[in-house]
Design a protein around this ligand. Structure first.
Ligand SMILES: Cc1cc2nc3c(=O)[nH]c(=O)nc-3n(C[C@H](O)[C@H](O)[C@H](O)COP(=O)(O)OP(=O)(O)OC[C@H]3O[C@@H](n4cnc5c(N)ncnc54)[C@H](O)[C@@H]3O)c2cc1C
Length: 250
């Protein structure tokens, strides 16, 4: 049986990986996010510095909203741990993973975005990926576009030594995803939704990656968004923050 093949595989479903997935999937790239569980933001007690939430937001709720947003945009998210990645002669990446049932899986991807704070061990089999260790933490070296030393392999978020803040790593995920889109064959301009006539009433084509929507469609989308948010915020989130492992052991 031939292995599952994707345009983009993202390692890690924290804010960086999920945001990267929203962008690559919206650009039409077949995207899978694989996640080993316990994104570090689940430890937060109340998230107060993400724009758009004037009184803050429950961090577990924020992650759920971001996951749902990725899925609504056709980004697939699956639990599983990436154990090893190697690059085939074709340039594609072969990824060995273990799923939640403990079974081995192989995936093949044209592009990989590592957002796997704080794991880099699965990259040991690829030559040319620079790493920097500071104290007990190892970071993946990237250039200003999020590229590692290996073509097609990118890193974003805290694992790329970005500031340890949700909005910064989410923005970095978006930024690196846009670089992947730029490096791929997808004709991509801005990811914009504009009112009807914004481009066409000026005699311009709607650029690739943009959309013009009617007022009726705008109202439909706004209603859908309000319904989704009301459902998410109807009740307090049922889960407590996760404690630091060393506190849990005490
Ligand atoms: C107690 C606490 C409070 C915080 N409070 C705030 C705050 O108020 N405001 C703020 O802005 N930031 C806060 N932060 C920081 C914020 O949570 C992080 O900066 C941010 O979540 C990092 O996002 P990331 O996507 O880079 O990594 P993560 O969110 O850690 O996601 C990485 C994901 O990669 C997965 N992964 C790792 N290795 C593999 C592998 N081999 N295969 C598959 N998946 C893998 C992990 O399972 C994890 O889910 C807080 C952090 C902590 C610990």
């Amino acid at each position: 049986m031939s292995p599952e093949t994707r345009d983009v595989c993202i390692v890690g479903a924290g804010p960086a990986g999920l945001t990267a997935g929203i962008f690559t999937a919206r650009a039409g790239l077949d995207t899978l996010v694989l996640d080993g569980g316990d994104p570090i933001l689940e430890r937060n007690a109340h998230l107060e510095n993400v724009p758009g939430f004037p009184a803050g937001v429950n961090a577990r709720r924020f992650l759920e909203l971001t996951r749902e947003q990725a899925e609504r945009n056709d980004c697939q998210i699956r639990s599983g741990t990436v154990e090893h990645i190697q690059q085939a002669a074709s340039g594609r990446f072969e990824m060995d993973c273990v799923n939640t049932e403990g079974e081995d899986e192989r995936l093949v991807a044209d592009y990989v975005i590592c957002t796997s704070w704080a794991d880099t061990g699965y990259l040991d089999g690829i030559e040319g990926v620079g790493m920097t260790t500071r104290g007990s933490k190892t970071y993946i070296d990237v250039d200003e576009r999020g590229r590692t030393g290996v073509e097609g392999l990118y890193a974003a978020g805290r694992i790329a030594e970005r500031h340890h803040q949700t909005v910064v790593v989410a923005g970095d995920g978006a930024r690196v995803a846009l670089e992947v889109i730029d490096d791929s064959e997808v004709p991509f301009y801005h990811d914009w939704v504009a009112p009807e006539g914004y481009f066409t009433d000026r005699g311009r084509e709607v650029p690739p990656g943009c959309e013009e929507i009617t007022d009726e469609e705008r109202k439909r989308r706004e209603q859908e968004a309000r319904d989704a948010m009301q459902e998410h915020f109807a009740d307090p989130h049922p889960e407590e923050p996760t404690q630091h492992p060393s506190v849990r052991e005490e």
